[in-house]
Design a protein around this ligand. Structure first.
Ligand SMILES: Cc1cc2nc3c(=O)[nH]c(=O)nc-3n(C[C@H](O)[C@H](O)[C@H](O)COP(=O)(O)O)c2cc1C
Length: 325
C-alpha cells in the first residue's frame, strides 16, 4: 500500500507502533521497523537524554530501516529537559518524532530545522487542527477506545476519524482499537491513511516486557479496561487489577476532592513493577479495549504481514464481492 503516511516516513506498510512507557525500547521499535512499519522508541522511558542517545544507537544496530522517537509532553512542573532529549534525537539521526500530551509548539522550530517529520498524537479534532496549524506533518487521531490517555471528550473512532477527515488537510493515522486487517481497512475507509497500535504490539514476541503482561492481554476481554483519574482531567484507560480496584474505591470515596496524592501508590512508579517484574496487581498500567481482539503473541513480522494480507483479502474479496455482477 502507498499512502501519504508510507511516503512521509519512508516505510513499506502504513502501520505505526505508538510510544509506550517501559515497552517502547529498541528491541520493539527495531522489530516493527524491520517488519516494514514505523517502530517508535519511548523517549521519556530513558531517564536522561544520554540514555536516549544510547537507546537510539542500540536500535540503529538492530535495523537499517526508519524508526522514530516518542516525546510525551507531560502536564507536570518537574519538566524533563526536552531540548536535550531533542538534541539526542537529532544527533542520533532520527527523522520521525511522535509527540503527545501537551502542545508541541515550543519545540517545533528545533524539530523542523533538523528535517524531522512530526506526527502529533491527540484525541480531538480541535487539537488535530491545532497540530496542523503549528506545522506538524501528520496526526495520530486517538479515539476513546485507546489504551493510555483518551482525553476528556469520549468520542470513539467511528465518529472521530471521519470528523478528522472532514477538517484536516495533513494525513492522519487511526489510533485506538486497531488490531488487524479489519481495523486497517475500516480506518482507511473512514479517512485515515494508516493505523497506530499500542496494546496490540505489546502482545508480540519482541515486546521486551514480562510474559505475564502478554498473557494478561491475551486473556482480557473488551470489558476489562477501566477509566481512572477522570476527576483530575488526566483520564487513563487501564487494565483492571487489584491496584486499579483500589484507585476506583478511593476515587469513589473522595469524589471531586480527589488529589493525585490520594492515589499516588497505585499510579506512580508502577510500570517497572508490571513490565519488568511481571507483578500484574501492582497498580495502573495503560491498556486498550482492543485487548478483546488480541488472541495470540506473534512476532511483529507475522503480525504486520497478517494485517496486510487480511486487508488485501477484505478489499479485493469481501468488499468487492458485495457488488452485484
Ligand atoms: C502500556 C502503554 C503505555 C503507553 N505509554 C505512552 C506514552 O508514554 N506516551 C504516549 O504518547 N502514548 C503512550 N501510550 C499510548 C499508545 O502510544 C497508543 O496511542 C495507544 O496505545 C493506542 O491505543 P491501543 O492501545 O488501542 O492501540 C501507551 C499505551 C500503552 C498501552
Amino acid at each position: 500500500m502507498k499512502t501519504r503516511i508510507t511516503e512521509l516516513f519512508g516505510i513499506q506498510h502504513p502501520i505505526i507502533q505508538g510510544g509506550m512507557h517501559f515497552v517502547g525500547f529498541a528491541e520493539l521499535a527495531a522489530a516493527v521497523s524491520n517488519a516494514g512499519g514505523l517502530g517508535i522508541i519511548t523517549g521519556l522511558t530513558q531517564k536522561t537524554p544520554e540514555l536516549l542517545a544510547r537507546e537510539i544507537a542500540r536500535c540503529r544496530e538492530m535495523t537499517d530501516k526508519p524508526f522514530g522517537v516518542n516525546l510525551t509532553f507531560l502536564p507536570t512542573f518537574a519538566m524533563p529537559p526536552y531540548p536535550e532529549y531533542i538534541q539526542a534525537i537529532i544527533e542520533g539521526g532520527v527523522k520521525a518524532v511522535e509527540t503527545a500530551g501537551r502542545n508541541p509548539q515550543p519545540y517545533m522550530p528545533l524539530l523542523k530545522a533538523a528535517g524531522i517529520k512530526v506526527i502529533h498524537k491527540c484525541t480531538s479534532v480541535r487539537h488535530s487542527l491545532k497540530a496542523e496549524a503549528i506545522g506538524c506533518d501528520a496526526v495520530s487521531v486517538d479515539g476513546f477506545e485507546c489504551g493510555g490517555h483518551p482525553g476528556e471528550d469520549d468520542i470513539p473512532n467511528f465518529i472521530l476519524l471521519p470528523r478528522a477527515a472532514e477538517e484536516l488537510k495533513i494525513p492522519f493515522v487511526a489510533s485506538g482499537g486497531m488490531a488487524d486487517g479489519r481495523s486497517l481497512v475500516a480506518a482507511l475507509a473512514l479517512g485515515a491513511e494508516g493505523i497506530n497500535m499500542g496494546t496490540r504490539f505489546m502482545a508480540t514476541l519482541e515486546a521486551p516486557i514480562h510474559a505475564n503482561v502478554k498473557k494478561a492481554i491475551v486473556e482480557a476481554s473488551e470489558l476489562d479496561t477501566r477509566l481512572i483519574m477522570r476527576s483530575l482531567r488526566n483520564t487513563e484507560r487501564v487494565l483492571m487489577n487489584d491496584g486499579v480496584k483500589r484507585v476506583l474505591e478511593i476515587e469513589h470515596a473522595k469524589g471531586d476532592a480527589l488529589t493525585i496524592d490520594d492515589i499516588h501508590d497505585q499510579v506512580a512508579g508502577i510500570y517497572p513493577k508490571v513490565m519488568t517484574d511481571g507483578d500484574m496487581q501492582a497498580g495502573a498500567w495503560s491498556c486498550g479495549m482492543v485487548a478483546g481482539l488480541i488472541h495470540d503473541v506473534p512476532s511483529c513480522k507475522e503480525l504486520i504481514d497478517r494485517i496486510m494480507t487480511e486487508a488485501d483479502g477484505l478489499i479485493h474479496q469481501r468488499l468487492a464481492g458485495f457488488y452485484r455482477s
